[in-house]
Design a protein around this ligand. Structure first.
Ligand code: RM4
Ligand code: MN
Ligand code: MN
Length: 426
């Protein structure tokens, strides 16, 4: 299923007057503050976030899974779903594949389909956290960190296979999220686990094409509940440095212990030119994979403030690979992703409103109150008319969620795919 541009335009027509009133009011305010509204609109339109192929179906928990109706049952259908998100928002122009959940059968056909939906292939993700069918070795006691050399070799080879798949699709990066660790104290020698992991990552790195990047994701716990080999940004950073200049740290917002100052981590990594990838989600407790901005929107804004500062001041840091890494146990996955995309743009737009020069001046005078005011003023601005405008200028929907519902997209998907289709993934 592909959304018809004219349908979106006619939905926009109905809301246009209301939008114009709001937009004019906001842009007048911003003009008075000497903000360049057009430059902000351009930045918003250029900010593209990849959708992972595993987020289009319902996510499960270890207690079970409630499927959602009309889930995409094939990679083709997943790409069509991302196409729908992109047609509505114009900010989801990429898809990130998880291998082996989504290995293309016919590469040319898949590339054509992505192209027809205006999508490119972003980072490819390897999976050594599950045993694969007919695999010789098991990852029960780890993959890249395993004590057994032939298990490590199998896991390294899998990552190389993933690179090869990505090359055929035009991807330019590999994300390694390593679940390895231990469940019980004493189970594993920390030093040997880390040494094996470093050497395995170096072998994968050697197979990386010249113009590729490798992202090393960290996570403090889960699925292992006593220790994780790459548990924090420091370990990831250390491993990325050990591998070489094409290796970077990847920050996933849900992969921190409660109250960690993520914005400071972002800032440090960008200063060192080592922040490569970013996974958006939100959480209350752990790696909850909730809708972006649904629990801690101010923290998200503070993180974006550092991202914007880094993008403007740290040429040593490459362009980032942005991705939503969320899971939806009970909601319509596409609606959830639309909400996440909106929240990302909202936090980004607010961060773009921060007057960096004024902030620096206030910081140098140690005017703590004013520093805080500058951030909070930006945060308290209702930027939604800017988002709508940027979308409309790109041919997207003024209100993606409303349009999704009024065009009865889910109903059409159910008609096409049935009530019981099941997406691959966790
Ligand atoms: C992990 C991590 C990875 C993702 C898997 C499915 O917690 O966030 O990025 O590939 O989940
Ligand atoms: Mn992630
Ligand atoms: Mn995660």
């Amino acid at each position: 299923m592909q959304l018809d541009k004219d349908q979106i335009l006619s939905e926009n027509k109905r809301a246009e007057q209301h939008h114009t009133d709001h937009f004019n009011f906001l842009s007048e305010q911003l003009d008075q503050q000497d903000k360049d509204v057009n430059a902000i609109l351009r930045k918003l339109a250029n900010f593209q976030v990849a959708i992972p192929s595993w987020a289009l179906g319902a996510g499960g928990t270890r207690f079970g899974r409630f499927g959602f109706f009309g889930e995409p049952a094939s990679l083709e259908q997943k790409i069509e779903d991302v196409g729908i998100l992109h047609a509505l928002t114009k900010t989801a122009g990429a898809v990130s594949l998880h291998i082996p959940w989504d290995i293309p059968q016919d590469y040319n056909a898949i590339k054509e389909l992505a192209n027809a939906n205006n999508l490119v292939f972003d980072a490819v993700n390897s999976n050594t956290f599950q045993d694969q069918k007919d695999a010789k070795e098991s990852y029960r006691f780890g993959s890249l960190s395993n004590l057994n050399a032939s298990v490590r070799e199998q896991a390294i080879q899998h990552n190389i296979d993933v690179i090869n798949i990505g090359e055929k699709l035009g991807s330019k990066s590999l994300t390694v999220w390593l679940a390895d660790g231990s469940n019980f104290a004493g189970q594993r020698n920390f030093q040997s686990a880390l040494t094996h992991t470093e050497n395995s990552l170096k072998s994968i790195y050697t197979a990386l094409p010249e113009d590729w990047k490798m992202f090393i994701e960290y996570k403090p716990y889960e699925p292992n509940f006593y220790s994780t080999v790459i548990q924090d940004w420091g370990t990831s950073f250390m491993l990325a440095n050990a591998c070489g200049e094409k290796a970077y740290t990847l920050v996933d917002l849900g992969h921190h212990l409660p109250n960690t100052n993520i914005e400071q981590i972002v800032s440090t990594l960008m200063l060192k030119g080592k922040l490569g990838g970013f996974h958006f989600n939100d959480s209350k407790y752990g790696d909850d994979d909730s809708t972006v901005g649904s629990v801690k929107p101010y923290a998200l804004f503070l993180i974006f403030n550092e991202l914007v500062f880094g993008m403007e001041n740290n040429p040593q840091n490459p362009d980032l690979a942005w991705m939503i890494d969320a899971s939806h146990n009970i909601k319509d996955p596409l609606e959830d992703l639309l909400q996440s995309l909106e929240a990302i743009q909202e936090a980004y737009a607010k961060a773009l409103l921060v007057d960096q020069e004024e902030l620096q001046a206030a910081q140098s005078r140690n005017d703590v109150t004013l520093c805080q005011e500058i951030l909070q003023n930006a945060y308290r601005t209702d930027v939604r008319p800017l988002l709508a405008k940027a979308r409309m200028l790109s041919g997207g929907a003024l209100d993606p969620l409303k349009t999704y519902r009024s065009l009865k997209v889910r109903e059409s998907l159910i008609k096409e795919r049935g009530m019981n289709s099941v997406a691959t993934g966790l």
